[in-house]
Design a protein around this ligand. Structure first.
Ligand code: PDD
Length: 286
């Protein structure tokens, strides 16, 4: 049975879902997206992702009048039609079919292109990488300066993931003006003397939905959090490091640019935060 996807109001087998060659998402990278995780057939962090989607749309003046209730219904319908138990739902909204290539936005009233599909990942919450920890390289942050908008312009993120793989490592951390901004597709943290340190929010990083919940859970567990800049050298000298994202939850980082962080194994703070995050977000899933 082929996967059933959502395209502009219709549920279709994936082979039958197609988008115009003039679509702004295809020609201009003019589209925004969200990724939500599904555990036990339920959606994690739904409200946060839809709120950020609406913010991304409004920053780019893309009109899409789907309500949060309708988004929820689409997500649930896709979960049911694809028997999705553990995995992700990818959602993308582009500025739509402009009818030709043009730098100017198409006229107001041009309908956006709305695509959602499921990605089944049995064992997502039990990723063996979380027990071993992952390794990262640092790379210059050459992305544009509106990283707070979740656009589909992910070519540089793909390039640095490939560079990491070529170097025999798992992922890359971006560095700008001497300080770590974020990971290629995640927000990053270090731990020193029990304190969790992560870069403060600005247009320089994506405002992670997992990050917001993690900082809330850390505060509720009486862990100290400091939002400030840090360097690669500070990360290498930290007791622990980790990253967060919707699809990886909390992932320990055990090596930065060839230097082991702390013991070189996942540390107690990252391990505990992963447990808390999974437990709390499963409880709150809808
Ligand atoms: N990436 N920073 C960047 C650059 C990201 O691409 C992501 C998410 C995050 C973490 O945000 P959140 O916690 O809301 O997932 C931070 C998603 C998972 C992706 O592109 O697949």
């Amino acid at each position: 049975m082929s996967r059933i996807v959502y395209l502009n109001g219709q549920y279709l087998p994936e082979e039958e879902a197609s988008v115009s060659i003039f679509d702004r998402g295809f020609v201009m990278g003019d589209a925004v997206y969200e990724v939500t995780s599904i555990l036990d057939g339920k959606i994690l962090e739904f409200e946060g992702h839809i709120a950020r989607l609406n913010r991304s749309l409004s920053e780019l003046e893309i009109t899409c009048d789907i309500t949060p209730e309708e988004w929820l219904e689409i997500h649930r319908e896709l979960i049911a039609r694809n028997d999705l138990v553990e995995g992700m739902i990818y959602l993308q909204v582009s500025r739509g079919n402009a009818g030709d290539r043009d730098f100017h936005y198409p006229p107001a009233g041009t309908p956006p292109t709305v695509v959602l599909y499921t990605q089944s990942k049995p064992g997502l919450a039990d990723d063996p990488k979380a027990k071993k920890g992952i390794t990262v390289i640092s790379v210059p942050d050459l992305r544009w300066h509106r990283r707070d908008i979740k656009t589909v312009q992910l070519l540089y993120a793909s390039m640095v993931k490939m560079a990491a793989e070529k170097a025999g490592k798992n992922d890359a951390w971006f560095v700008e003006d001497g300080f770590v901004t974020e990971g290629s597709s995640n927000n990053v943290y270090i731990v020193k003397n029990g304190k969790i340190i992560t870069r403060q929010l600005s247009n320089d990083i994506l405002h992670g939905i997992t990050r917001a919940s993690l900082l809330k859970y850390a505060a509720e567990s009486q862990m100290e959090v400091e939002e400030r800049l840090f360097t690669i050298e500070e990360a290498q000298g930290a007791d622990e490091a980790f990253y967060t994202s919707a699809s990886a939850f909390v992932m320990p980082v055990v090596e930065v640019d060839g230097v082991a962080v702390g013991s070189g194994k996942p540390g107690p703070v990252a391990t505990r935060l992963r447990e808390i995050y999974l437990e709390e977000s499963r409880k709150a899933a809808i």
